[in-house]
Design a protein around this ligand. Structure first.
Ligand SMILES: NC(=O)c1ccc[n+]([C@@H]2O[C@H](COP(=O)([O-])OP(=O)(O)OC[C@H]3O[C@@H](n4cnc5c(N)ncnc54)[C@H](OP(=O)(O)O)[C@@H]3O)[C@@H](O)[C@H]2O)c1
Length: 311
């Protein structure tokens, strides 16, 4: 296989980021009802104050609203922020030009001339990864993105995307995938191992299991809406022993919260968590996953409890 030496990356030394899906999204997260633009502005400010510098968005989040809000917020800070956004390969987007057009739309909403990381949002037929990576090469050469990533790519597509970029001397920076204590598919199927071998950073999305790993939901009080469909009462019952262990480990670390333990576990696994935060309290709490480490024994115990849950 072709290989491109991993050069310096914008994600070097980045342990943690914030996901901005909920910023502007009404359908899944209820933006405009249970929280407002002011809440997410405060979540951004609190994250910056806590030293967080990487923010992940997508053209589809809130149909562009998330990029607009993030673009507004970054103008108000003097800190250098790393912006990652995504291209949705809708089946009607067939050619390289569609990616370049979409990227220009994202740049306009974000109010910047270049993003740090541009990611293909998912693997979706009919267009193959080689075509999208060719478009990414053009985007990188045109200076519209500094680096290239993918998302939801399986092992075969990751390898193909990696090779297509490597032939052009560009390193595939990252693969953004769902990864948490309640979803370890990418660990079990060898994707994480492959990424590590290739030097591709694993960005962990939904690292709090869409909020379930914060411990605020119980079998008696399951989430509602779209989340409730995926995580019902039975799921929460199976999750209870894992949550009990997470809480015990948190209290052994001077009162770390379940969210902080769950995010620290992702970091210990070598992945970069990007938890969503809708308000200042969530942003502050999540950033408290930084600056300390679970022991190897604790990580192993959490692995075991999570395995037992899915057995
Ligand atoms: N590439 C992809 O296909 C893909 C897919 C999904 C997500 N993502 C990315 O990953 C990011 C994070 O994933 P996610 O938003 O699905 O899930 P998540 O980070 O696991 O959970 C985020 C949600 O949990 C709740 N929450 C967060 N912190 C909390 C705290 N400290 N205490 C209590 N509740 C808290 C909030 O919702 P409530 O307050 O409503 O409970 C928040 O919106 C997204 O923003 C997006 O950038 C990417």
């Amino acid at each position: 296989m072709y290989s491109a030496p991993a050069k310096q990356s914008v994600l070097d030394n980045v342990e943690f980021g914030v996901g901005a899906w909920a910023w502007g999204d009404r359908l899944v997260w209820g933006y405009g009802r249970s929280y407002s633009a002011e809440d997410v502005r405060q979540a951004f400010n609190a994250s910056i104050a806590a030293g967080v510098r990487m923010f992940d968005t997508a053209e589809v989040y809130g149909q562009g609203k998330s990029e607009l809000l993030l673009g507004e917020f970054i103008k108000t800070t003097d800190q250098q922020v790393i912006i990652a956004t995504k291209f949705m390969p809708y089946p009607w987007r067939l050619g390289r030009q569609s990616l370049l057009r979409a990227l220009k739309g994202s740049l306009k909403r974000l109010g910047v001339a270049q993003v740090d990381l541009y990611q293909v949002h998912r693997q979706m037929p009919p267009v193959n990864p080689e075509t999208w990576m060719a478009a990414m090469v053009e985007a990188a050469h045109a200076g519209l993105t500094r680096e290239v990533g993918v998302s939801n790519y399986n092992r075969s597509w990751t390898q193909r995307a990696y090779a297509a970029l490597a032939r052009e001397g560009i390193h595939l920076t990252s693969n953004q995938v769902e990864y948490s204590l309640i979803d370890r598919k990418v660990e079990k199927d060898g994707l994480i191992k492959l990424c590590q071998e290739l030097g591709v950073r694993v960005i962990a999305y939904s690292p709090l299991g869409m909020g379930l790993l914060t411990g605020k939901f119980t079998p008696e009080n399951p989430p509602s809406g779209i989340r409730g469909g995926r995580y019902n009462r039975r799921f929460l019952e199976r999750m209870t022993p894992l949550l009990t262990l997470i809480k015990r480990i948190g209290s052994d670390h001077a009162g770390k919260t379940p969210a902080q333990v769950a995010l620290n576990w992702v970091i210990c696994k070598g992945a970069l968590p990007i938890p969503g935060a809708k308000n200042v309290a969530q942003a502050e709490q999540n950033a408290g996953a930084l600056g300390w480490r679970l022991s190897e024994e604790e990580v192993a115990a959490l692995d075991e409890a999570s395995d037992r849950m899915s057995a």
